[in-house]
Write a protein that binds this ligand. Structure first.
Ligand code: SIN
Length: 274
């Protein structure tokens, strides 16, 4: 194996792969970057182990993929900007935490007109007895599994995504956005389900009772185990997900223990589209 050839170990049939033979504390070669980009698009979420990233390393990795993104949730979210790096969010939860970030199926900030394309999360401290895993689901596979009549029903519909549904309501006014219920990934061209329990409030083309029933069905559908995987973190593990075609759920089963890490995101370049 040549020195800059990454290894790829799929995590499940529909989503996720662990990447080896790479040191993310160093600048990447063109080949490494091309291989990582291809793996990111193919697997939806890629994982790395034993990467002792500084903030500068985490920023450099994000900047290979896009402009870094400043989180839209402001003071109402459970995370905070890292000292000196406003684009990096400290996600630290401990005995004093009243809630954590992302304990519901969601894609990050789908309440934005243009949600971030990707997120890169590293964990630095993990609970001593395990726990704090993250679930990831493929929104492609969830869409593919729907019947043709259900796909035909959903394709012309659009839904509202509201930041106030997920973030703490006391703080501020949050963005809302209307996105198609079924979108097409800008780079892979694949169709996927783009509603999530964290942010999606209603299907704007349907009366409220029909919207509630269809969304409940879709949220339950996304949460089925068939297109999911569960990532067990270790210190200095990194998860790097494509926010356009995956959803995730952070499990808070470790209170009062500490789980602490840092997340950076990079911006999308266009609205989610059919
Ligand atoms: C998030 O929703 O970005 C948090 C994911 C996690 O902490 O596992």
């Amino acid at each position: 194996m040549s020195s800059d050839q990454i290894t790829i170990t799929p995590s499940s049939p529909h989503i996720g792969a662990e990447i080896g033979n790479i040191d993310l504390t160093k600048p990447l070669s063109d080949r490494q970057l091309a291989d990582l980009r291809a793996a990111f698009l193919k697997y939806g979420v890629i994982f790395f182990r034993e990467q002792d990233l500084s903030f500068a390393d985490q920023m450099r990795l994000a900047e290979y993929f896009g402009h870094v993104h400043i989180h839209v949730g402001g003071a109402g979210t459970a995370s905070k900007p890292a000292e000196g790096y406003p684009a990096i969010r400290l996600q630290h939860f401990d005995a004093k935490s009243k809630r954590i970030s992302g304990e519901v199926w969601h894609s990050d900030q789908s309440c934005s007109e243009i949600p971030p394309d990707g997120s890169i999360l590293i964990q630095k401290i993990l609970p001593p007895d395990g726990g704090g895993d993250t679930l990831f689901a493929s929104a492609y596979a969830a869409y593919d599994a729907l019947s043709e009549p259900m796909k035909a029903l959903l394709e012309p519909l659009s839904a509202e995504h509201d930041g106030a549904k997920l973030f703490d309501r006391s703080a501020t006014v949050y963005p809302t956005a209307i996105h198609p219920v079924v979108t097409r990934h800008r780079e892979t061209g694949r169709k996927l389900l783009f509603v999530n329990a964290g942010f999606t409030t209603r299907i704007v083309d349907l009366p409220r009772d029909e919207s509630d029933a269809v969304l409940k069905y879709l949220f339950d559908h996304i949460a089925k185990p068939h297109w999911q995987m569960r990532f067990r973190w270790r210190e200095n593990s990194v998860a790097f997900w494509d926010n356009r075609c995956t959803q995730h759920f952070a499990i808070w089963d470790y209170w009062p223990n500490v789980r602490s890490g840092y997340r950076v995101q990079f911006e999308g370049v266009s609205r989610p589209a059919r």
